[in-house]
Ligand binder design. Sequence first.
Ligand SMILES: Nc1ncnc2c1ncn2[C@@H]1O[C@H](COP(=O)(O)OP(=O)(O)OP(=O)(O)O)[C@@H](O)[C@H]1O
Ligand SMILES: [Mg+2]
Length: 263
Amino acid sequence: MTAHTKAEIILEVKDVQLTYERPVLRDINFCIRNIVRPGFSQGQVVTLIGRSGIGKTQLFRIMSGLQTPTAGQVLIHGNQPVKAGDMGVIFQNYYLFEWRTVYQSLLLAAKKNKHLFGVEKQTIEQYAEQFQLSGHLHLYPQQLSGGQRQRVSIMQQLLKGSNFILLDEPFSGLDVCMLDKAVELILQVSLSDELKTLIIVSHDIETSVAISDTVFILGTEPGKAGATIKKEIDLIERDLAWQKGIKQEKRFLETIEEIKGCL
Ligand SMILES: Nc1ncnc2c1ncn2[C@@H]1O[C@H](COP(=O)(O)OP(=O)(O)OP(=O)(O)O)[C@@H](O)[C@H]1O
Ligand SMILES: [Mg+2]
């Protein structure tokens, strides 16, 4: 197993329930710990898997403080209830302000981050270069490709400076080349800060599991209404985390089959 320690809890979901006309989520309890890897400044990448309609987006909304659960709470930064704006959320359709240029949107995000006071412009330019968007800063979102919109969306959340970034279906609608780029980008973000925590929801199980350290499976149990966390898989313990080319390994494929069997 790769050397690491699991340090303090950085996010805790406690007894979360969500009920509309019927229960959607019940007894959701899990936590994410700061994983410390000697010699690396590396954040956490967590994948949340579940069938369509099971409640992943609802759980995302609750985790990001955008929605209040029927019961329970989400705690971050050592026991503080999460509130809207604490987490960066990258929605499936890469929602951007259509009436602002890329630069204007990014500047708005950067101004929310007090650590960037006075260096907003330089930071945006630096990120744009890194994300291959230097030539696109003064365009409007409708003038961008899907992959470019995604990168702007990710940059926006990075500039805001939040340590938690939730990504809903970050790989959908990307061609093979762009998929590799998106994966690279996500890894790059996760390596940028030890406390940076990415939580991914994706139907592309192979791609998201290959870059994660932990998998949570959201599903239903016989005789009980509403979805809950059915299983947690520690990929570090299985020696499946942080390894290039892991997708081709037999033991990785076995874990994928195990996950599919739980859905
Ligand atoms: N405002 C609402 N009122 C009632 N039910 C809702 C509401 N919003 C969502 N739901 C229900 O909650 C359940 C979970 O929806 P959610 O969008 O979280 O699914 P999901 O797992 O993200 O699915 P997908 O993978 O297709 O995106 C669905 O059955 C949906 O009908
Ligand atoms: Mg969804």
